[in-house]
Design a protein around this ligand. Structure first.
Ligand code: NAD
Ligand code: UDP
Length: 313
């Protein structure tokens, strides 16, 4: 039985990871400050004697014995990470320093939940791990993008300088049950709007693209990444390469919910990436032939079901 620390464990992705790791017979310590996550996401795990929930902020040091650390603590939706940009940077950077210091001290392997945002508004398409990205360092997304880029640098340097065992996963847009209904991300926004009969807000002309990954595929990939040979540290792209425009996504959601909502167009936020699609060749090679199994229609159906329950529909 391994003891595993998950920062940001009460968030959308973290709660699914806690659940899977417990199901596989591990002991899980879930650390969270509940900024965007909530107890509700993990309440079903609280009776498990191998699950521990800790209220703590990763910008402050934390000490515990563990074999592995998954570092997920960080608000992830533009609305939430732009709410207090300085805090977002502190969470990424000081959180990484604190967790890497802990990993060094207890000799744990640590995985960083990095992001496709390190590529910014990419000029290379699809994105491969050797692309350095196209990020505006002073734009409204920079608190998140540059925070995550600095965290990657910290991970690499703790590895090189102090031999800390690290893994860097660059996660592309992921969706599923337990997304925050008000986090402003496109999948949750469209579903909540469609189920409530409100207008569906497409930003810009809706021709920008994203490639959406269902949460169970991501959790599987992160767990495989943690188990890779010690020399393999990444970064590795984890995402579903099927690419859609926001117009296509809106039409999917309308069809699958049977909604009468209509699409309206609103201004495109500053620095909104025009295209995004992962090249997952490296993940397939290093993660034991991993590839996403759940495609958009199936994943959206599960997510719509979840939001219907949440909205009492
Ligand atoms: P989320 O907001 O649901 O989860 C983040 C969790 O971190 C929340 O529970 C929040 O309360 C917690 N947190 C925030 N600041 C903290 C702090 N200072 N100390 C302790 N806990 C703190 O978002 P998510 O989608 O589950 O994202 C989880 C991680 O994965 C994030 O690091 C995010 O950057 C990364 N990621 C997510 C996606 C995606 O599409 N969901 C894509 C790329 C990367
Ligand atoms: N978006 C949209 N309507 C919404 C919310 C988002 O058209 O109500 C667009 C947004 O402008 C972006 C895409 O959907 O082009 C994905 O946005 P999200 O915030 O989910 O993720 P990110 O931009 O971080 O990839």
């Amino acid at each position: 039985m391994k003891k595993i620390l998950i920062t940001g464990g009460a968030g959308f992705l973290g709660s699914h990871l806690c659940e899977r790791l417990l199901n596989e017979g591990n002991e899980v310590i879930c650390l969270d400050n509940f900024f965007t996550g909530s107890k509700r996401n993990v309440v079903h795990l609280l009776d498990n004697p191998y699950f521990e929930l800790v209220r703590h902020d990763v910008t402050m040091p934390y000490f515990v014995e563990a074999d592995e650390i998954y570092n997920l603590a960080c608000p992830a939706s533009p609305v939430h990470y732009q709410y207090n940009p300085i805090k977002t940077i502190k969470t990424s950077v000081m959180g990484a320093i604190n967790m890497l210091g802990l990993a060094k001290r207890i000799n744990a392997c640590i995985l960083q939940a990095s992001t496709s945002e390190v590529y910014g508004d990419p000029i290379i398409h699809p994105q491969t791990e050797d692309y350095w990205g196209h990020v505006n360092p002073i734009g409204i997304r920079s608190c998140y993008d540059e925070g995550k880029r600095c965290a990657e640098s910290l991970f690499i340097n703790y590895h090189k300088q102090n031999n800390v065992r690290i893994k860097i996963a660059r996660i592309f847009n992921t969706y599923g049950p337990r997304m925050h209904p008000n986090d402003g991300r496109v999948v949750s926004n469209f579903i909540v709007q469609a189920l409530s009969g409100e207008n569906i807000t497409v930003y810009g002309d809706g021709m920008q693209t994203r490639s959406f990954q269902y949460v169970s595929d991501l959790v599987e990939a992160m767990m495989r990444m943690m188990k890779t040979r010690q020399e393999f540290i990444g970064p590795v792209n984890i995402g579903n390469p099927n690419e859609f425009t926001m117009n296509e996504l809106a039409e999917y959601v309308i069809r699958l919910t049977g909604s009468t909502s209509r699409i309206i167009y609103q201004p495109l936020p500053q620095d909104d990436p025009t295209q995004r699609q992962p090249d997952i060749s490296l993940a397939k090679k290093e993660l034991n032939n991993w590839e996403p199994k759940v495609q958009l229609e199936e994943g959206l159906t599960h997510t719509i079901q979840y939001f219907k329950g949440l909205l009492n529909l």
